[in-house]
Write a protein that binds this ligand. Structure first.
Ligand code: GLN
Length: 501
């Protein structure tokens, strides 16, 4: 069948979701299992097995996160120019499997090389699968946000389950079956298996995708296409030693972060010179959303940093009458709430849009910030529940995560969706990469924010409670102000976005 007809058929789907979405959902679910599984083990492994201090491990962890998301920008760029989304995904998957297998073979000696393969691999995989979700929809299809919300639950199922495989490494799960010396190998090996399943799922589904995600170079002679393609593959392998060096020395991470941002903005401006005015207006709107998202992630990502230390010292372990691990709750309850509520929020949007009541993207983003603000006021309120040792209520802590989740649902999947709506087709990968690059900066700033509100080691429980919650109080205001500012920008954004809602 002719490509345009095939695309027409895919995008003219009946019902709420296109059927190809499910394949992308599962492929991304397994990829996130691999990613969050590994991410969840990094800090612990560095302290426990590589004998790094907490401080070094924290910095190191921050560096890997910043690099991962920074590479999505590069992966998106090469997908647009040379590989197309499918080959990018495939190549990214292969690199991630390689990285995880290396870690499974010898996590101690192959630590940085394994992580580097995963960083580069995620760069090729992560932004491009999200872009493909966007291509399942016609430009003005009102079901698109709901599709991204469903896709987002897949992400979080992977994150939720993958986050738990650290228990294999620590020996609190399957310890009777796995010799002590091999526990971490098996745990990292689980990531490799997950990534293999992700890739196989994707390969199986490729045929149903019609022309979606094919290389942009198909008009060139095959030989030329191959030369470009292999140059990307070789280039990705050639930079491995450089990235190992940069990831293992966090000073280089600072340099890298200072360089990649300005470079990407310059490149963005250069690409804009090739567009017409209407396209550029949309890109400026996308850029405004991207800038705001840095603020969002800088506050949201306290979850992996200061909030986990806060949980350790200042949160009790009684959740609605059950005794649980408050750090476990800190790590996983957000993902659980996303899984439960993402489809419901998606259906709510479809319901509202049928009645012409669906909030537009600016309002959704604005509300996302307001939820985030409310959540951080709730974290702040933990100080009013503190006992004499400075431990506050876990129920209230979990409630704050409940509210955070709605902030995330109104901003993160909607952000993916709006990138696919505002970017011209030849810049889809790049803009998705830029969206995730904002996450890299968010992670980076989150570390700085977290460090700025850290109490001293010798502080008492009550003092720590007061210092942390005072910080959360400020963050709550930053979020609220950002949300109101964004909503105030609505008239401008509306003009820039033109027919896009
Ligand atoms: N948790 C989401 C994911 O893993 C969003 C990550 C982000 O953009 N910072 O895809």
């Amino acid at each position: 069948m002719d490509a345009a007809l095939q695309l027409e058929e895919i995008q003219n789907f009946k019902g709420k979701y296109p059927k190809q979405l499910w394949a992308l959902f599962f492929s991304e679910m397994w990829e996130r299992f691999c990613f969050y599984g590994m991410r969840g083990m990094l800090s612990y492994f560095m302290v426990d097995q590589l004998l790094m201090s907490d401080k070094v491990a924290n910095l190191q962890y921050g560096a890997t996160q910043a690099f991962v998301y920074a590479f999505t920008f590069i992966g998106g760029l090469f997908a647009d120019k040379i590989l197309g989304f499918r080959k990018s995904l495939f190549w990214g998957g292969i690199l991630m499997i390689t990285g995880s297998v290396l870690l499974a073979i010898d996590p101690t000696n192959f630590f940085f090389v394994g992580i580097t393969f995963n960083i580069i691999g995620t760069g090729f995989f992560k932004p491009n699968i999200s872009s493909m979700v966007g291509l399942l929809y016609k430009e003005n299809d009102v079901r698109r946000d709901a599709g991204f919300l469903l896709f987002y639950s897949g992400i979080n199922i992977g994150a939720f389950v993958g986050g738990y495989i650290i228990a294999i490494g620590k020996g609190s799960m399957f310890s009777d079956y796995i010799p002590v010396a091999l526990r971490w190998n098996v745990a990292f090996g689980a990531s490799a298996v997950a990534m293999t399943i992700s890739l196989l799922t994707f390969i199986r589904t490729k045929r149903s995708l019609g022309p979606i995600g094919l290389s942009p170079l198909l008009h060139l002679p095959v030989k030329k296409q191959r030369i470009y393609e292999y140059a990307v593959y070789l280039g990705a392998l050639a930079i491995v030693p450089l990235i190992i060096m940069m990831v293992s020395n966090t000073t280089y991470t600072d340099y890298f972060m200072f360089t990649i941002g300005p470079f990407s903005v310059l490149y963005f401006m250069y690409e804009m010179t090739k567009n017409n005015a209407a396209e550029n207006k949309k890109l400026i709107a996308a850029f405004i959303f991207i800038l705001f998202s840095v603020v969002f992630w800088a506050i949201f990502e306290q979850a992996g940093g200061s909030l986990s230390l806060f949980a350790k010292d200042n949160v009790g372990n009684n959740l609605v009458g059950m005794t649980v691990d408050q750090n476990g709750i800190n790590n996983s309850i957000n993902a659980l709430f996303v899984i439960l509520f993402a489809p419901l929020v998606g259906l709510l949007f479809i319901f509202l849009s049928k009645r012409k009541l669906e909030p537009n993207t600016t309002l959704k983003f604005g509300l996302g910030f307001l939820f985030l603000g409310l959540a951080f006021f709730t974290f702040y309120a933990l100080r009013f529940t503190a006992d004499e040792s400075g431990k506050g209520s876990l129920n209230l802590f979990a409630t704050a995560y409940f509210v955070v989740t709605f902030g995330e649902l109104f901003l993160s999947p909607i952000g993916l969706s709006i990138m696919t709506k505002l970017a011209p087709i030849r810049m889809q990968g790049f803009m998705m990469g830029l969206w995730f690059l904002a996450s890299a900066y968010g992670q980076y700033v989150a570390g700085l924010f977290g460090a700025s509100i850290s109490p001293s080691e010798s502080a008492s429980g009550i003092e720590k409670m007061n210092v942390y919650t005072a910080g959360y109080y400020d963050f709550a205001w930053y979020a609220a102000i950002a949300g109101l500012l964004l909503i105030a920008c609505y008239p401008l954004l509306k003009k820039l976005m033109q027919e896009v809602k």
